[in-house]
Structure formats: C-alpha cells, structure tokens
Ligand binder design. Structure first.
Ligand SMILES: [Zn+2]
Length: 194
C-alpha cells in the first residue's frame, strides 16, 4: 500500500539518547539500519516532570521492519485486530494527511506537540511515547510520527489479550534492563504498533 509521505532528516527527538545521533542498529537482529535502505521503526518512552522541565528517556530502540513484522506475528490475531481498530477510530489520519498537504514548510511540531489519541498537549504529560518510521537518516512523515500519552496507552492495553500482554512484558524483560520500580510504569504499555 502506498502512503503519501514526506521525508525530513531524523529530528533530535528520534535520536538515540546514548549517542545523540540517529540509531544505527536494530534492537533484535543487530543489523545496521542506517545504510540498508530498509524502513525501521524508532520508539522512545519518555518520563518528564512538567513543572521542572526535566525529561528522561526510560526506554528506546530502533527495530528493522523484518523484525517488527516477525514480532507482530507473535501477537494474537484478536489483539492485532483490536489495536488496529482502536487507532483507526481514535487517531485522525485525515487531519495528518491535511498537515502533510499544507502549503509552506513542513511543521513537524504538529505531529508531536500533543497526544495523537487524547489531544493532550505534551507539556502537561508525565509519561508518553514517541513512534516514528525512518529510512537511513530520514524520518518518514505520514500518519507517523506520533506521540501517545500514557493515558492513551492504558486504553490500548484494554485491546490486548492477556497472552499478548505477557509477550510484551517478556519482550521488555528480555531487551531492556528496566529497574523494577519503573517497570510498573511501562509494563504492558509498549507495543510497536504500526
Ligand atoms: Zn532487525
């Protein structure tokens, strides 16, 4: 399926917080994603203290499309259908295409200044996730990138079967050394969605 899109250099919110550069490797297969020409996804989970302006990356990764598709296959059919239905009901895809089509320079802030589901402005959020799709050193701008608040992720969770929740929990345990006190914040809430 062809989706209308534009490309921009990967913006800093999608950089690895460790290297302060675009991600170079897939979390799962460790292949380089920067030079292969294959689409890869970037997800970051952020916690912030709005009043202090302090922000911390809790979890981040890049994943090549092949690994993403293989991982998605492990989720139950019902979970995948429910999540897709949730996003098509609650995320205004048409509005995003209109932004893409707007005259003048692309304003990427529109995609990232509020929760794509609840509309809550990013400034007031204590936890949120960023998701984007990239090729090489460019970010694809279409319905993604998006910002999803933890409130919206809780609503997504309801769409998931217990089996899928357990699988996501296992995925996080296997790949991220998240301290136990933070795990409750993000357990079950992280799902590569698109
Ligand atoms: Zn991979």
């Amino acid at each position: 399926m062809y989706l209308p899109h534009l490309r921009v250099p990967v913006p800093t919110p999608f950089y690895s917080s460790e290297t302060e550069r675009p991600f170079e490797r897939c979390l799962l297969c460790d292949r380089r994603v920067l030079d292969t020409g294959e689409i890869y996804l970037v997800e970051k989970a952020i916690r912030q203290l709005p009043n202090l302006g302090a922000r911390d990356t809790i979890l981040e990764y890049a994943m090549c499309l092949s690994c993403y598709e293989a991982l998605s296959e492990t989720y139950s059919e019902a979970s995948r259908r429910n999540v897709e239905a949730f996003f098509s009901q609650h995320m205004d895809m048409l509005e995003r295409l209109q932004w893409l089509d707007a005259p003048g320079p692309l304003d990427l802030g529109r995609w990232l200044d509020r929760c794509a589901i609840t509309g809550d402005p990013v400034q007031g959020l204590t936890e949120y996730q960023l998701m984007g799709a990239c090729i090489g050193e460019e970010l694809l701008v279409m319905h993604l990138p998006c910002l999803i608040s933890s409130t919206a992720m809780e609503a997504v969770e309801v769409c998931l079967s217990q089996k899928t929740r357990d699988e996501i929990g296992g995925f996080i345990d296997d790949h991220f050394g998240i301290p136990p006190e933070l795990k409750s914040l993000f357990r079950d809430r992280t799902l590569p969605i698109f």
